[in-house]
Every structure is written in structure tokens, then in C-alpha cells.
Design a protein around this ligand. Structure first.
Ligand code: SF4
Length: 305
């Protein structure tokens, strides 16, 4: 079977990373060790390894061809119709991509479930940015929401993420997708916060369903995401939500400092929360060095120093 026309998608402009070239390691069908209720792909039986997949040579050739046609690629995003770390030759693949990528960065989007496998752990160290999902901490929630394959030992996931965060020299981002009446319950949010504090990733993206899901589940409203972000004190939280309601207010210098002491705010947060006067107070705090503006894999955060 030839995959040459279906491995690459894009390039597409990405808000975070510039021009992104997508690489699909499972172009023929969904192959995943999760069957998440919110998945935008079709429902599918879980697997613990890919059965059909393109070769490293086919993928690298397809990337080279795209580079030839589109010389200005900023990031190569490795993903799959399913879970990319189930691709059996991922280590060899990233080795080959790193040889040809030039100035482009590499990014992998994984559900995080294989991080405790030593080979996967070591392989992921070779990507410039690793983005792992962590929707749940409790086994009950993992089974209900992510509908995991029986081979997955969820107890090892958080500890391996802590180890990965301590080991990697590159960017490590966590992503949590909240689903109404599933992982938005107080007890799961507390478990997630405790885990995140220990994992200490560069950034946590929190979001909800924004495309038709595989099963009948509902998104959480924007204000739930905002409440969750406020609970995650001290963490670089990026709320990924397409149509945020605008709720601008006026804040004094003390109020701005106190907000940023609790948690760093993104540009989007500032646009949605701050009126013009508050924004100029914030800019002044940046100018005098009380607040810094940091970049975390394409997301800018205002942070108290
Ligand atoms: S991990 Fe991703 S691809 Fe797999 S079922 Fe969940 S949402 Fe779908």
C-alpha cells in the first residue's frame, strides 16, 4: 500500500508556531490505544501497536518533497489518526527528521499514555516540543473518559511525566480537555492540579470539545475553564477556547500584581479581561521590570517576577 499522498497535511499557518507541516503516522485508519468520548475521529477499538503504517523512508521522502515545494516551514508536527507513539519506528523517524529539518522545529502531539515506556520516553527527548495530554489522574476517569486500552497502567503515567519534565532540555506542554460531568468534577481537578505541580511543564493548555465528538458528550462553558485556570495557581495556563466572551474590567496596579502573583496571564486573557487603562498599567509594569513577558512554545505570558 502506498501512503505517499496521505502522510503530509498542510502546510498550514499555526497561531503558535508559524507555518506547520503535519505528518500523519497512521494515514490509513484510526489506530489508538484510547477511544476518547470526545475524539473527533470515528469510534474505534483500541490497539496497543500500529498494524499498518508507512515506512520511515516513505515519510522522510514525503517531508523532503514538501520542503522542496514550501521552503518556509517553521515546524514539523508529528501526529496520527490515533496515537503517534504507537508507530514502531518513531526513534528512527525522529533521527532522520532531525537530519533534514534545517531551521524548522519538531513537535509531537501524543495522548501521553506511553510515556512510561523507556523507548518512547527516550525517543520523545529528541523532539523540540512534546505536547502530552493528561485528561485524568484517577483510573476511574481514564477508563470512563479516555476509554483506555487494557494494557495501559495509568498509575505510572504521572510519575513518568515528572521524570520526563526533569530530564528534557526542550519544551514540554501538557494539554487537558475538559468534558462536562466527566473530568470537570472537583475531585478530579484537585488531582490534576496536584499532579501538574509535580510535573512542572512549561505550559498547560486547557480546553474543551470544539468539534463533533465520537460519542454524545458535552463541552464545558468558558467560565468553567476560567475557574479551573484560576485554581491552577502558579502554573502557566493557556485557555484554548475559540470564542471567548469579552468581560473587560478596570484593574489597579495592586490588583494586576496580585492577579499575576496567583497565575501568569496570556495575551488572550489580557485582551478579554483588561480595559485599555489596565493594559497601559500592565505595559508600564513590564517597562519597569516588575512583570516579565515570557514565551512558552508560542504562547506569551505576563508573569510576576
Ligand atoms: S487519544 Fe486522540 S486520537 Fe486517540 S481516541 Fe483520544 S482523541 Fe482520539
Amino acid at each position: 500500500m502506498s501512503y505517499s499522498n496521505s502522510i503530509i497535511f498542510g502546510p498550514i499557518p499555526s497561531r503558535r508556531f508559524g507555518i506547520s507541516l503535519g505528518v500523519d503516522l497512521s494515514p490509513s485508519s484510526k489506530q489508538c490505544n484510547f477511544d476518547c468520548l470526545y475524539c473527533e475521529l470515528e469510534k474505534a477499538k483500541t490497539v496497543d501497536t500500529m498494524i499498518t503504517y508507512p515506512s520511515v523512508l516513505e515519510i522522510v521522502t514525503a517531508i523532503k518533497e514538501s520542503f522542496h515545494k514550501h521552503p518556509k516551514i517553521d515546524v514539523i508536527t508529528v501526529t496520527a489518526n490515533g496515537e503517534p507513539t504507537l508507530y514502531p519506528n518513531l526513534n528512527e523517524l525522529i533521527f532522520e527528521i532531525n537530519k533534514i529539518k534545517g531551521n524548522a522545529k519538531t513537535l509531537i502531539l501524543s495522548n501521553g499514555s506511553t510515556i512510561y515506556d523507556k523507548n518512547t520516553f527516550d525517543t520523545l527527548l529528541n523532539f523540540d516540543t512534546v505536547k502530552l495530554s493528561l485528561d485524568c489522574v484517577s483510573e476511574k476517569c481514564f477508563k470512563k473518559l479516555d476509554r483506555i486500552h487494557s494494557s495501559i497502567d495509568v498509575k505510572k503515567i504521572v510519575q513518568s511525566m515528572i521524570d520526563f519534565s526533569e530530564t528534557t532540555k526542550n519544551q514540554f506542554v501538557l494539554e487537558i480537555l475538559f468534558v462536562k460531568d466527566l473530568n470537570d468534577k472537583e475531585e478530579e481537578i484537585t488531582l490534576l492540579y496536584e499532579a501538574i505541580k509535580k510535573i512542572n511543564p512549561n505550559r498547560v493548555d486547557v480546553g474543551t470539545i470544539d468539534r463533533p465528538p465520537a460519542y454524545e458528550v458535552q463541552p464545558v462553558p468558558f467560565n468553567s475553564l476560567e475557574n479551573i485556570a484560576n485554581k491552577f495557581e502558579g502554573i502557566n495556563v493557556n485557555i484554548a477556547y475559540k470564542k471567548r466572551p469579552k468581560q473587560t474590567n478596570s484593574f489597579s496596579e495592586e490588583e494586576i500584581i496580585s492577579m499575576l502573583k496567583r497565575r501568569p496571564l496570556t495575551n488572550d486573557d489580557i485582551e478579554n479581561l483588561f480595559d485599555e487603562k489596565s493594559k497601559s498599567i500592565l505595559q508600564n509594569l513590564v517597562k519597569v521590570g516588575q512583570i516579565s513577558l515570557i514565551d512558552s512554545s508560542g504562547v506569551k505570558f505576563y508573569k510576576f517576577l
